[in-house]
Design a protein around this ligand. Structure first.
Ligand SMILES: Nc1ncnc2c1ncn2[C@@H]1O[C@H](COP(=O)(O)OP(=O)(O)O)[C@@H](O)[C@H]1O
Ligand SMILES: CC(=O)OP(=O)(O)O
Ligand SMILES: [Mg+2]
Length: 394
């Protein structure tokens, strides 16, 4: 028996297969990625199984590419020696809004409700739901579970989640929700297992293509930088993070329409917009242009600035954790953030920092540090698998 965990994005679909022993989720035996699924792309599937990497082009005939891709995945699963029987597919879904505060089995009604949140997360939600629909069609009768990025932040206090807007707008759902919840759930659980201090005031930095911070106390989210949508807060790969809404009013006056603004905010800003070069931190590190340097400095600065705000919300800091592609791999970023937080008593050990390369959980603080600093490779997929197991065996 096994659970398949799925994270369907705009152009790729990540999957991982977790065997079950009883209701216990075991170490994944297969992980993979389908990419090039956007129209005009060159769809291919890469997967890792028994220590080996495999890759194949996905044949696109007259079927929609998603259906074709899932046929290939179904064949791949059937070919595994001793192929485990799938019990459920568990999907990361970015937005559950106020309605869904916990993972659940998806049915037609839930799907329709979730589609109503598409415009709140246009970069993610439509693709998450397309993934669920495609799996429901390809694996008929198999339970499909939705796990929400917003759910971890159900503990946010009202002072944090309310906008200072008229009440009728709050009644329409205009409030801060917070995202990256599956990642924070994983990182928080890992920190609690590694450090007794993690029950105190913990700041988690999920710095990937999307980026946010979450301050937790007693393992529960108290404040986070993302809000109503996944646009607020830190600078991201292609999103600007916090932006004076006056900028949008100005652009509207200049004749910009919704589609153009949406593209600006989700696709053309952030590291890409500032550097004029790339949304990828690795490319920016390699580049020599002043704009690339500014993009990195601004990204780092905003992490430090928002950390100050979140630390104030929880009145101090016991544990700081880095995760996400940048947080797990970028040694320079961690060193600079640590240095700029020295006023909080943060001291990062340069050698430990250099040794943390995202493959394992590592403490990187110096003995003199008043704050523990950890690098935690995040794992949203296993959280989704565990959520599904909990529902299946409840
Ligand atoms: N060795 C590295 N050094 C710096 N940045 C890295 C490194 N490896 C990955 N990254 C960055 O991580 C980001 C992607 O993060 P990731 O969490 O994988 O994204 P996603 O949100 O798509 O899952 C990219 O900006 C990438 O450049
Ligand atoms: C919510 C969000 O920004 O997700 P990602 O980091 O996967 O883009
Ligand atoms: Mg991510």
């Amino acid at each position: 028996m096994a659970i398949l965990s799925v994270n369907a994005g705009s152009s790729s679909l990540k999957f991982a297969l977790y065997p079950l022993i009883g209701s216990e989720v075991q170490t994944q035996i297969l992980s993979g990625l389908m990419e090039g699924l956007e129209s005009g792309g060159a769809p291919q599937m890469r997967w890792h199984y028994q220590g080996q990497e495999h890759c194949c082009a996905l044949v696109v005939d007259d079927q929609p590419v998603f259906a074709q891709a899932l046929c290939s995945l179904r064949e791949l699963l059937a070919q595994l020696p001793d192929a485990p029987t799938l019990q459920a597919v568990s999907h990361r879904v970015v937005h559950g809004a106020d309605k869904y505060r916990a993972s659940l089995f998806v049915n037609d009604e839930v799907l329709a409700q979730l589609a109503a949140f598409n415009s709140l997360a246009p970069l993610h939600q439509p693709h998450n739901l397309e993934g669920i629909r495609a799996f429901r069609a390809a694996f008929v009768g198999l339970p499909q579970v939705a796990c929400f990025d917003t759910a971890f932040h159900a503990s946010l206090p009202e002072v944090d989640y309310r906008f200072a807007l008229p009440q009728e707008l709050y009644a329409q759902g205009l409030r801060r929700y917070g995202f990256h919840g599956l990642s924070y759930q994983y990182v928080m659980g890992t920190l609690l297992a590694h450090s007794t201090r993690a029950k105190g005031r913990t700041l988690m930095a999920h710095l990937g293509n999307g980026a946010s911070l979450c301050a937790a106390r007693d393992g529960k989210s108290c404040a986070t930088t993302m809000g109503f949508s996944a646009l607020d807060g830190l600078i991201m790969g292609t999103r600007p993070g916090a932006l004076d809404p006056g900028v949008l009013l100005y652009l509207l006056e200049q004749g910009w329409d919704h589609a153009r603004l949406q593209k600006l905010l989700y696709k053309q800003s952030g590291l890409l917009g500032l550097s004029g070069l790339s949304a990828d931190m690795r490319r920016l590190r390699e580049a020599s242009s002043p704009q690339a340097k500014l993009a990195i400095e601004a990204f780092t600065y905003r992490v430090v600035r928002e950390t100050g705000a979140l630390v104030a919300c929880v009145q101090g800091l016991d544990v700081l954790a880095f995760s996400g592609g940048i947080g797990e791999h970028d040694v320079t970023l961690r060193a600079q953030v640590g240095q700029q937080l020295s006023w909080l008593g943060v001291v990062i050990d340069p050698e430990r920092n250099a040794r943390a390369t995202g493959s394992e959980v590592v403490a990187i603080h110096a003995p003199s540090s008043q704050v523990e600093v950890w690098v935690v490779p995040t794992d949203e997929a296993v959280v989704a698998a565990r959520e599904a197991a909990t529902l299946l065996f409840a």
